[in-house]
Design a protein around this ligand. Structure first.
Ligand SMILES: [Zn+2]
Length: 95
């Protein structure tokens, strides 16, 4: 169990939040120009790294807002938390 620092509410227990999928997935600019494989990749293929991972979370038992988290999947250490649309000040996909 760990705490997540909601950008609107402050630090709360992780049980108040719900994982909302991998972050940073970009919708193709022109979906009609993509191949079936590219579209399937956009819709279904997600990373499952052992290390730092960009994620979306939602404060379901609080403000209800979605936000971005960069978190280590093994240690649960959170490197950064940002509101949607804010870019990461640091970080990346390193282990
Ligand atoms: Zn909140």
């Amino acid at each position: 169990m760990f705490q997540i620092d909601c950008p609107w509410c402050g630090p709360r227990d992780q049980q108040e939040f719900s994982y909302a999928g991998e972050g940073g997935i970009q919708r193709p600019q022109d979906p009609s120009a993509t191949t079936d494989a590219e579209w399937a990749d956009y819709l279904f293929m997600r990373r499952n790294p052992r290390g730092m991972h960009h994620e979306q979370w939602r404060h379901v038992h609080g403000c209800g807002q979605f936000f971005q988290v960069t978190r280590h999947t093994v240690t649960y250490r959170i490197e950064s938390i940002r509101r949607m649309g804010e870019s990461a000040a640091a970080g990346g996909e390193s282990s």
